[in-house]
Design a protein around this ligand. Sequence first.
Ligand code: NAG
Ligand code: NAG
Length: 588
Amino acid sequence: MAWSLRRHTLTRIFFALSLVFFVRLLFYPSSWNPTPSTFLEIQEYNVFERVTGSDKTLNVQKHKNLQSRMGRDERPDIFEDFISNGVADYWQRFQKPYIKGKETTHMDVQSVLTSIEHLLSLNGWVAAYCPTLARPFGQNKNQDEDAYDDLAREDHLFYIAIAIHSADHFLVDQLAVIVQLAKRLGTSNLFVSMLDYDSTDSTSTLTDLCEAVLTLLGVPFRIRRVPGMTEDPTAAYYPSEEAYMRNLALEPLGELYHKRNIKFHRVIWLKGFTCPNDILETIKVSIANEAAMVCGMDWAEFNGFFIFSDRWRTRDIHGDQFRQSRSSSKPDAVPPRDEVGAARYIDHLPFQVFCCEAGTHIVDPAQSYYKGIQYRYGEDYHNVSSSDPQPPRPSDASCLDSTQAWFCRDLWISKALEGVKDDEVSDESSRQKKKNAPKQNSPKQDAPKQDASKDTPSIVRRQPPPVDPDANAGSDYDAMPDEDLHFEDLPVGRLSIPNSVYEPARILINPRCVTTYAGVSHTQLALDLFGTGDDDGAEGNATKYVLEDWEGAPEVFVCQEQSQTGGRKASKTQRLLGFSIHDELERL
Ligand SMILES: *[C@@H]1O[C@H](CO)[C@@H](O)[C@H](O)[C@H]1NC(C)=O
Ligand SMILES: *[C@@H]1O[C@H](CO)[C@@H](O)[C@H](O)[C@H]1NC(C)=O
């Protein structure tokens, strides 16, 4: 494995962990020894104020509730007594006397500064290799720290959201990524919201670690653990769980906005593992395009190679599914099926889609959450535990798909509410209109069928979907296998008011933002995707970041639904479903 651990990395991490242990002691003496006042005593000396010295909106020293923990897992551990006795002893004899002594406060400052320095260099296992990976346009070449300084200078606030469901295998690396982002963007320019949804692995211990690190760095956070929605996870309705987790992870965003009028510039949903530079670049893509959402691309290891995963939620701009392509796929078999998207994917440029989630993604809250859009799901699913038979659903009933698919449709509808495309502004836009016009009259041209039938590669057909029982392992098991849909019956061109007259939602995929999971050889994946990384075709940010032509929403999309309870593994069915923005607006 190319990502085998280097010994010095390990040593660093253990060093960081022991520091963290010390910090935990410093901050939560009450949970370790019977003197709850110690923390207050330490605070009197303003150690942390002196260290961070910030006067920012998100000042954790001024506003204590900016760092909070909810629903901590308090279940007893086997070694609990043993550990807490040792810690209490260490605390009483070796730490407290010095921390409380006035003449030694300067040492506290020094040790906190040293700890912070060490923590800021926390690289994780995978993140440490990021700068060595091939990336297009020299993104990783001049790896000087100031490559994203312009972003930092703008001093925006960023909200990092993570929903964890038994995914301890990348939490340490995710923490390393957060620390790296904090280092670049400023520790008080971030808010970290971690939601632990009923994890049964070591997530709760690792969230303790996250808490300690974020506390020491002065990064505002809320770490929250909640029980599962149903006692038996296999009786749950997965899309409703997804929606519940995400809305909870966004709760502080809403509170800070409504109660304190604190607005975040972008929300970063961290999923799996993504290199910090790729995230920073995706933020730039998001800002340059004023995008509602920009997603990375998920790559999962499968039998020694890498396949695009997360096909459940991703749809190209024609509403079609992505292919389960290999990272080394030929140009005619790349993940997006629509021609424009595929061409841009091959050039490593951001391309427009109907919907995406694929790994780490960046959402503009001003175009979504601040407008009142929340994660939701179709509520007329069937509970197989009940004795009632499943009632038939009309063929045009709403799609019982993922909460992200609902979110995407909501983004399109919300954008359409801003009105129809501006006609008279410029010649450019009217030319654009004319260019688009014939398409609406010859709908066949727009139909997903063209792409789907013409070039479904044999590679893709032969791959059974990988099976991975771990809910957050990043396998593709959400998705159905590729199969032919009957596009002949497609009701395209029936819309009296075509979707293309409305302002398009700006949803993009940045193929340079690679998200991975355990077991992936990142060096090989980067070589597959980007070769040597020596692209020079798209100089400057105009082509590198910005998409010029935006299409309207597709009139049909591939709806993959879970119409029954049964947890994440519940079986799915698939149908083509019309999408009329006009009808959706009428329904509001
Ligand atoms: C389905 O029904 C069972 C039994 O009535 C209930 O315990 C469970 O919570 C229900 N599941 C959902 C997702 O509503
Ligand atoms: C992008 O363009 C803007 C304005 O033209 C310029 O200020 C900025 O430096 C450019 N950024 C990159 C990364 O090329």
